[in-house]
Design a protein around this ligand. Structure first.
Ligand SMILES: NC(=O)c1ccc[n+]([C@@H]2O[C@H](COP(=O)([O-])OP(=O)(O)OC[C@H]3O[C@@H](n4cnc5c(N)ncnc54)[C@H](OP(=O)(O)O)[C@@H]3O)[C@@H](O)[C@H]2O)c1
Length: 247
């Protein structure tokens, strides 16, 4: 398990989407690390405060809640790490990944963009200003390999793929902008592999057992990648094994 040794101590982190499979595992891992001062666990359903974890509410449907979350997180000083682990692939029978252009639906496309691209962009708007300026600081958002245009050989999943591609573009723009005056700040996208969570549950059929990661394993892989990041990596998307994914 990584110790995030490349970060300063005491380390202060925030996880957005903390109620999810991977987000919850991030919180658990970070809370157990030596030298971690506080972990802010943000999600739509706030849980009570435990140990060095402070849980509070954040909903992409309400930008004020994102601003309030960032205000809470900056109270005791700047953050070192922000992990955006929110995302949406399906929602009830009405919103399922599209197999054909014939099923494209304006409402579903808008919903997918809202959660997968616009929400993380607003998280960046409110959380980048509270990241540390004098040491390594990382803003990492969970993307997906299927968001790669260069890697798309199967088609389908229009809304999810397109929204993750939009997220990747946002990450590249953020990286370019912050590099102008904050040399040690890194913005990246991360692909966790296929992870056993509510999001992937209906689509695990063809996945080999050794290719389906437990959320705890996936969180460990991704924190390892985050630990190894340097300024030159900013603006890119990395898979769980540290390999760069083309846009
Ligand atoms: N699992 C995989 O195989 C896989 C593969 C590639 C990429 N990813 C990406 O990894 C990330 C985490 O996925 P996961 O597997 O951990 O999924 P998950 O268990 O379904 O968790 C999704 C998280 O997103 C949050 N969320 C959804 N809508 C939101 C909204 N409107 N406002 C704020 N938060 C919202 C959920 O909060 P609630 O609990 O309140 O709904 C939950 O915390 C996602 O970005 C996903 O696209 C996952």
């Amino acid at each position: 398990m990584t110790k995030l040794a490349s970060f300063g101590r005491p380390l202060r982190a925030a996880v957005i989407g903390a109620s999810g499979g991977i987000g919850g595992a991030f919180v658990q891992h970070l809370c157990g690390l030596e030298g971690v001062d506080v972990v802010y666990a943000f999600s739509r359903r706030a849980a009570p405060k435990t140990g060095n974890c402070v849980a509070a509410s954040l909903d992409y449907d309400d930008e004020d809640s994102i601003a309030a979350a960032a205000s809470l997180a900056k109270e005791d000083g700047p953050l070192d790490l922000v992990l955006v682990a929110s995302g949406l692939l399906h929602e009830g029978p009405g919103l399922q990944p599209e197999k054909s252009f014939r099923s494209l639906d304006a409402g579903n496309l808008a919903r997918s963009f809202h959660v997968n691209a616009i929400g993380p962009a607003l998280a960046a708007k409110h959380f980048l200003p509270i990241l540390a300026r004098d040491r390594k600081a990382v803003f990492a958002a969970l993307s997906a390999r299927v968001g790669s245009i260069g890697d798309n050989r199967l088609g389908g999943w229009y809304g999810y793929r397109a929204a993750k591609a939009a997220l990747n573009m946002t990450i590249r723009c953020l990286a370019i902008e912050v590099a102008r005056n904050r040399k040690e700040m890194i913005c990246v996208g991360l692909h966790p592999g296929t992870v056993d969570s509510q999001l992937s549950k209906p689509f695990q059929g063809g996945v080999a057992e050794d290719k389906l990661f437990a959320p705890e394993t996936a969180a460990g892989h991704l924190l390892e990648v985050v630990d190894g990041l340097a300024a030159g990596d900013s603006g890119k998307v990395f898979a769980w094994d540290g390999k760069e994914i083309p846009f």
